[in-house]
Design a binder for this molecule. Structure first.
Ligand SMILES: Cc1cc2nc3c(=O)[nH]c(=O)nc-3n(C[C@H](O)[C@H](O)[C@H](O)COP(=O)(O)O)c2cc1C
Length: 174
């Protein structure tokens, strides 16, 4: 990631640091047909920085075009992602995400209509969670310290959004 130039950062509105990638998106209001989906999945193999940059870069380009916003978290071989936007655009994206061979066991935790975008500042925020984050987010740690735990989330689906929002707030503060 160190190889990314300032020009690229400026051109795409992305800030790269060691464990942090985020991007600003134009402020949006949800439309009546907007929906939000949260899912977990398992990475096919340990995802490295280059692969994450590739996933993020594709997501960013496509999501800007499709007016989709959201946040992607990675922890110990697993993903937790929220995507929000027009129902048809989100359903199309979910089909592509389900078919993506870089991950498997895609488990939808939340699919709901929304009045307001909760991640309106990001076309796609990204954060990789490490042991330090488990210490900093103690009450959430059981949900991600061995990778995102789909079974645990199914019992308390609201926690998935709480975690995504907590991380979104941290990104906004940086
Ligand atoms: C964990 C994960 C999250 C992804 N998130 C997005 C996303 O938010 N937006 C997106 O367009 N593609 C996302 N992708 C990539 C899609 O699965 C797919 O490869 C991509 O949309 C294809 O883009 P294309 O139709 O422009 O070739 C994600 C892939 C993975 C593995």
């Amino acid at each position: 990631m160190a190889g990314f130039s300032v020009q690229l950062i400026k051109a795409h509105g992305i800030l790269f640091s060691n464990e942090l990638i985020f991007s600003s998106a134009i402020s949006r209001k949800a439309t009546v047909t907007d929906i939000q989906i949260v899912y977990t999945s398992k990475a096919r193999r340990e995802v490295n920085d280059a692969e994450i940059v590739q996933i993020h870069s594709t997501a960013l380009t496509n999501n800007i075009q499709s007016d989709i916003t959201g946040m992607l978290l990675y922890a110990k071989g697993s993903f937790l992602q929220v995507i929000e936007g027009a129902a048809d655009a989100i359903d199309r994206l979910m089909e592509k995400i389900r078919a993506d061979t870089r991950h498997y066991d895609v488990e939808v935790l939340v699919r709901t209509s929304i009045r307001r975008r909760e991640f309106k500042n990001w076309s796609m925020g990204y954060r990789r969670l490490e042991d330090a984050d488990a210490k900093a987010l103690l009450s959430f740690a059981p949900f991600f310290d061995n990778g995102f735990d789909a079974k645990r989330f199914c019992e308390q689906p609201g926690v998935s959004l709480d975690i995504l929002q907590a991380l979104a707030s941290q990104l906004e503060e940086n």
